[in-house]
Every structure is written in C-alpha cells, then in structure tokens.
Design a protein around this ligand. Structure first.
Ligand SMILES: C[S@@+](CC[C@H](N)C(=O)[O-])C[C@H]1O[C@@H](n2cnc3c(N)ncnc32)[C@H](O)[C@@H]1O
Length: 254
C-alpha cells in the first residue's frame, strides 16, 4: 500500500470509529476486494447465489452474449459458464475487483467503467445483461437502464439482484468488515416497481420476481455473527430481491 493510501485508510477508520463514515462504492470495493471472495457466512452473498441460480433456470444463456454489469470479482462466473454462453463480458467501476476476476479468469474480457457508459460496446450486441448486487450503487438508474438498452438486442433478457429497497428505507445498510472496522457503503434507493416501470417503457415485461425475507430460515446467519439485535430489528422485512425481465420481438427466428 502506498503512503497516500495508508493515510486515507487511517482517516477512514477514524471516521468509522466516530460513527459517521459512509464510503462511496469506489473506496469501499478498493478495500473489500481483498476479502470479498473469502467472505464466509455472508447472508446476502449466500442468498444472492441461490436467487441467481433460480432466475437463470428460466433464462436460456446457451450460445448467448452476456454482459455482467458490475461483475466485481466474477463471483458468479462459474455459474454463468455452466450455462454455455458464447461470450461473457465483465465490467466494473473498481479496478481492484476486476483484478481479482482476472486472477481467477486470466483470459476474461473485462472493462473498467466510470460514467455509466458502455463505450466499448456497439448497439445491440448483447443477449443478456446480468447485474447482481450493483443497482443500489448507481445514482442515475434511468441513465444506466437506457445505456443497457442501447447495447441489448431487440430480443433479450435482463437479470438484476440487489439488496431490497424496503430494507434500506427501514434503515438497513450495506456493510462489510475490514481490519476490525465495520464500513457502510453509500447506497441509492431504487424501488423495484420503478425499475420494472422503466423497463416496461422499453418494451420489457416482468418474468419473475423473487424476494427473500428475514425470518427463522436465515436466523442462523445472525446467530453466528452475534447479531441477534439486528435480526430482531429487521425481522419480517425483505432483504434481497431478484428480478428477471425479458423482451421478445415477434419477428425473432427460432
Ligand atoms: C456487491 S459488488 C457485486 C459484485 C458481483 N456482481 C457479485 O455479485 O459478486 C458491487 C460491485 O458493483 C461495482 N459498482 C459500483 N458502482 C458501479 C457502477 N456505477 N458501474 C459499474 N460497477 C459498479 C462495484 O465496484 C462492485 O464490484
């Protein structure tokens, strides 16, 4: 770690201890990237994998071009590769997360994105966009949906998972631990109905919506982390969702 980074981390730790630091996603994933893939007993990552598997079972990825938007470390790539796509493109705002992906998949096609633009893709190049646990990091959701729409073919699928906006509205947060400190990551709340609405306007319909709730089934995760107070506070609320949207043009040749 270079000196300037060390100072920044020390400053951040200080603010976290003072209880008023929220990291923006760029800073957060710079730190979290080193530990992200070895997170054990992380309820969100655990549930996300199950939801994604269920959603993918209804989407045909065979021979398709997939854009994994906010691919991070490529946590889902084994699952995606199991569906035999012809091409997977990863992109992310964090070079550190992409580095981790490259360690696991050295030949991967990846791009760094910064301004919600996909300049490396021409119009109508992708069959499917998958974006897991990313949407609430994006401030201007309409802008990114329209950019996704630009690179999607007429007949296409979009699969999104994320922490549930209702949890955020009730005071929930996205957090991670790093060297003894708990960090919160900045989030923007996008209601599921609004996301569906924006896609409907572009000709998509909702194929599937899965929501998981904080209930007895997930209590062991809280027990393990000695966080029963958090469990009691949020019990009954949805904490994660998965959404599959699809658009199909009648002139598609099968
Ligand atoms: C919780 S991680 C999810 C990574 C991966 N999709 C997964 O499910 O493990 C969120 C990722 O979104 C990326 N990210 C945040 N804002 C972004 C943006 N505006 N454009 C692209 N990626 C972004 C972060 O750098 C991070 O890698």
């Amino acid at each position: 770690m270079i000196f300037a980074d060390k100072i920044k981390t020390m400053k951040t730790n200080f603010y976290v201890r003072r209880g008023h630091s929220i990291l923006d996603s760029r800073e957060a994933y710079k730190l979290w990237s080193q530990f992200y893939d070895s997170e054990n007993d992380n309820l969100v990552l655990h549930s996300d994998s199950i939801i994604l598997k269920k959603l993918l079972a209804m989407a045909n990825l065979n021979g398709k071009t997939i854009l994994d938007y906010g691919s991070g470390t490529g946590r889902n790539w084994n699952e995606l590769l199991g569906h035999h796509p012809s091409r997977i493109i990863g992109c992310d705002k964090s070079p550190e997360m992409l580095n981790e992906l490259k360690i696991k998949y050295p030949a991967a096609e990846t791009y760094l994105v910064g301004n919600n633009k996909l300049d490396f893709l021409k119009n109508k190049q992708c069959d499917t966009i998958i974006s897991t646990l990313v949407v609430s990091h994006i401030q201007d959701i309409k802008k990114i949906i329209y950019e996704w729409n630009r690179v999607l073919k007429d007949s296409c699928d979009v699969i999104i998972t994320d922490l549930h906006p209702i949890l955020f509205r009730k005071g929930g947060a996205r957090t991670f631990n790093h060297i003894g400190s708990t960090y919160k990551i900045e989030n923007f709340i996008h209601d599921v109905w609004r996301i569906v609405d924006l896609f409907s306007f572009l000709g998509f319909w909702k194929v599937n919506l899965i929501e998981e709730f904080i209930d007895e089934d997930v209590k062991p995760f809280y027990v393990k982390k000695d966080a029963l107070n958090v469990y009691e506070k949020f019990k009954g609320l949805p904490f994660i969702y998965g959404l599959h949207l699809s658009r199909m043009y009648a002139d598609k040749k099968y």
